[in-house]
Design a protein around this ligand. Sequence first.
Ligand code: FNR
Length: 382
Amino acid sequence: SRVSQAINISDLRALAKRRLPRMVFDYIDGGAEDEVTLRHSVDRFADYGWQWNSLVDSSQIDTSTTVLGETIAQPFFISPTAASRLFHPRKGELAVAAAAQKAGIAYSVSTLGSQTLEDIAAVAPDVPKFIQIYVWKDRGIVRDFMARAKEAGYTGCILTVDATVAGLRERDPRNGFSIPPSINAKTATQAMAKPGYLFDMFTSSPIGPANFESVDTGGRDVMAVINDLFDRTMCWKDLEWFVNEWGGPFAVKGLSTAADARRAVDSGASAVWVSNHGGRQIDTSVPVIDLLPEIRAAVGAGVEIIADGGVRRGAHVLKLLARGANSVALGRAYLFGLAAGGEAGVTRALDILATDVTRGLSLLGVPKVADLDGTLLRLCRP
Ligand code: FNR
């Protein structure tokens, strides 16, 4: 198939662009406002240059890593993203989770996921699974979601804190886009250009937040759900409630300052997740790779740090690890694969990155991924 010929994530992005209506592609590909954070997230990696260790036995490469207390085969895993069935109407999250299972890496399901917790767990029985929380104003809904997730075998909880309101993603209104998509002159024209996608969409069940079907969203689209139905009064004093209610490994996702990272740990979180939501929230934020050393210094060596944003190559994963992260989350890299070719496309994306990571560790003379540190990385352009 065409996905097997993709050599890098950029090739999968091109295939995704060919397959998806423009408004759906732009929803994955785009970012907030001037998309400065989005571009910097990718470009900043090149400003850090490698040195390498020579003449190290690299016949055995160990890429295994711990995330939220669980061991995974690679130093990366699936970040939570909304409504995967938009990009692959039949399978969505199920295609991604099945590929994660095959790759031996963790899967995270978004609050706004379009398949049920139970169906996802059934296709990924052997890999760690996490839930991501956006906080409904009705706390009972959150409590029920957590209980259901535990029952279904999810072991980690991720609270996303960088989305008090939805960022201004300007491509969406320009394309007439919403979730679920509404039919108007703009979207109809874009959809008509991709008959294969349209066929899949019309022959599958309607797309919505599958784990909250009983919640009355008043017909709102996803951005309006975020803006109207999620709790903006949330502050630090509330965090302990979530940590205790979950009672297991807990990450706070979307942290940016050393003081907040420290505070998350003091409130009981087991992991701090440094992220700018892939450039979809506040624009012109400091790239995550620049922040990691100060976050590491603030929380100390024993606390787990997860990082994400802009990862399109295995070398990007390795650079985030070298700067202080323990594991790295993927967003668009797997979504481009999903849109390009369902489960096979996600598998291709994960294979590309896994091969990159193994090759990179060999070339760096660091056979164990857990041994990477900042000594081989230098900021070449400030
Ligand atoms: C996201 N992200 C996200 N994060 C989250 O906590 N809950 C969510 O529902 C979503 N939804 C979502 C949708 C789409 C289409 C994208 C691209 C991203 C953010 C995601 O988890 C992650 O932080 C970023 O995607 C990382 O950046 P890259 O890897 O996409 O550059």
